[in-house]
Design a protein around this ligand. Structure first.
Ligand SMILES: Cc1cc2nc3c(=O)[nH]c(=O)nc-3n(C[C@H](O)[C@H](O)[C@H](O)COP(=O)(O)OP(=O)(O)OC[C@H]3O[C@@H](n4cnc5c(N)ncnc54)[C@H](O)[C@@H]3O)c2cc1C
Length: 490
């Protein structure tokens, strides 16, 4: 398959502009392949305006990633023959200038599904069409367009399991496309901005050392990551994916978020795993990919997913306005070792293990009773995989106000979660080194250790490691009472 894009049969040889956004790759890129296929000159473009996502400024971690991802993409496009042109300033005006400069008469892009992005694209379409520019957009970020799967009554899904079944009933996702082997450059080289001028890297302070140690952005690394995961880790996915100290999940989320790899590539690559007998693990992994799809389905049909409770009854919830406790949580100083390890993993590496994300998010909204939107914003700013759909949907899921949400009364116990999923405290010791010398028995509950044990481990509660910011049981009771009161007020 190449594309469903058909060229006018008038021998047109004008350049085609390909706009890159959350699709920073050359393989399985339908807009790029369609342009290359015409044999006409291709001008690949990334506009600084697209460093905004879902109508919001990108967080610091995603900006750091974007710099490297653009750098990698730039190198790949240059090797194919037509370097990436970076534009800044007003997009419509700079595109108009580019059209005038190159004689381009066609613009292609892969679609975005976040509502502000889709609305901006619709507006751009109208503007360009009025200037007699041909336009075509392609699917590419999701296995299925968000409008394709519907319930039996033709409505959007609100529950994941039937969504998953509908996804399976639908046609097998298309085969991924290979990268074009050549791009014809425009006759006159186009001069754009420099990547440095985008100022995506943190300076004063440069806090990115942990990110540099943890990640290698770019399409080649994304494909390699997938290969390594399928070869080494998929067979233990079900048994180990909840253990934060094990390298047992794919770590593909930032690559998917930047479109360095597509869900089609991931989906089809797992086929060999099905053949080699890892059926249950491969299916579980595909189900996680489908959670990403489901999140986009929810966002597409609920544009305010990141700001409004899906369940409007939660508009009455008495959230605590507590900036001090919010900061304690953000800095990983709650006194609950698993929560603190997770929040510090996030701060240091720009990523957090899924199980720990659930525990940390639950702690904020239930133990501290702080509005989930504060947590969503913190994750947005700090995650390298911050995603308008998955972040908002997951926060609402944990808070109990989302579609198909975890029931509010399910309050994760951060101590038991630690003992179950990090039994020997390896994860905690790594990110909370102050507790490194405590025995397995107390590493999840240091406040229960005797003075002698604490002294032997070099822990001074309230000095070099905090006492718990709230007590688990009373905090849980307080949250459940507030929930009951909210329901009673209906
Ligand atoms: C409070 C909270 C906030 C979250 N915010 C984000 C976010 O901003 N961006 C993001 O990509 N994920 C988010 N997640 C989902 C999940 O934690 C990450 O996708 C996962 O940890 C990424 O690691 P991985 O690539 O190794 O996952 P794997 O287990 O290898 O899963 C493969 C892929 O499936 C998708 N996926 C897995 N779990 C989920 C899920 N629960 N929801 C949606 N997609 C999923 C991701 O694209 C992931 O890369 C959030 C979860 C919680 C609880």
């Amino acid at each position: 398959m190449t594309s469903d894009y058909s060229e006018p049969s008038n021998g047109d040889d004008n350049p085609i502009i390909v706009l890159f956004r959350q699709d920073l790759r050359i393989s399985d890129n339908r807009a790029l392949s369609a342009a290359a296929h015409t044999g006409r000159p291709v001008v690949p473009v990334f506009a600084l305006e697209h460093a905004r996502l879902a109508g919001r400024s990108l967080g610091g971690s995603r900006r750091w990633w974007l710099h490297r991802s653009l750098d990698a993409l730039s190198g790949k496009l240059a090797a194919l023959g037509s370097p990436l042109v970076l534009l800044s300033g007003d997009l419509e005006a700079s595109l108009e200038r580019l059209v005038a400069q190159t004689g381009a008469n066609t613009v292609l892009w892969n679609r975005r599904y976040d509502p502000p992005g889709a609305a901006a694209d619709a507006k751009l379409k109208t503007v360009l069409r009025n200037k007699s520019i041909r336009l075509h957009s392609f699917e590419g970020q999701l296995l299925h367009e968000p409008t394709l799967l519907t319930t039996g009554t033709g409505n959007p899904f609100r529950v994941y399991s039937p969504f998953w079944r509908a996804l399976l009933r639908n046609d097998e996702p298309r085969e991924p496309l290979s990268a074009p082997d050549h791009l014809r450059p425009p006759e006159n080289a186009v001069k754009g901005e420099t990547l440095e001028s985008f100022q995506l890297n943190p300076v004063r302070p440069d806090w990115s050392a942990g990110l540099r140690e943890s990640w290698q952005p770019g399409e080649d690394h994304a494909l390699k990551r997938l290969e390594t995961f399928l070869e080494n880790d998929l067979e233990n996915y079900i048994s180990e994916r909840d253990l934060p100290s094990r390298p047992s999940t794919s770590l593909l989320s930032p690559h998917l978020a930047h479109g360095e790899i597509t869900p089609f590539q991931v989906w089809h690559a797992t086929r060999t795993a099905f053949k080699s007998g890892c059926t249950a693990d491969a299916e579980k992994f595909r189900k996680e990919i489908a959670w990403r799809e489901f999140s986009y389905h929810l966002l597409f049909h609920n544009p305010k997913l990141d700001s409004a409770n899906f369940n409007r009854a939660f508009d009455r919830f008495p959230w605590a306005d507590d900036a001090r406790r919010l900061e304690i949580w953000q800095r990983g100083r709650t006194g609950y070792p698993l929560v603190d390890a997770g929040m510090r993993q996030l701060w240091q590496t720009g990523w957090m293990h899924n199980r720990v994300r659930m525990v940390c998010a639950s702690f904020l909204v239930k133990h501290l009773m702080i509005d989930w939107r504060h947590g969503e914003r913190w994750f947005w700013d700090t995650l390298v995989d911050a995603d308008p759909a998955s972040n908002a949907a997951s926060w609402q899921w944990v808070a109990g106000c989302g579609a198909d949400a975890a029931p509010y009364f399910r309050v994760f116990n951060p101590i038991l979660q630690g003992e179950k999923f990090d039994p020997d405290g390896t994860y905690i010791r790594h990110f909370v080194p102050e507790l490194g010398q405590l025995s397995n028995k107390y590493v999840h509950r240091p406040w229960e250790a005797t003075e002698t044990e604490l002294r032997a481990a070099g822990v001074k509660l309230g000095t070099n490691y905090p006492k718990p910011v709230v007590e688990h049981q009373p905090a849980r009771n307080r949250a459940l009472e507030a929930y009951q009161a909210m329901r009673g007020a209906a």
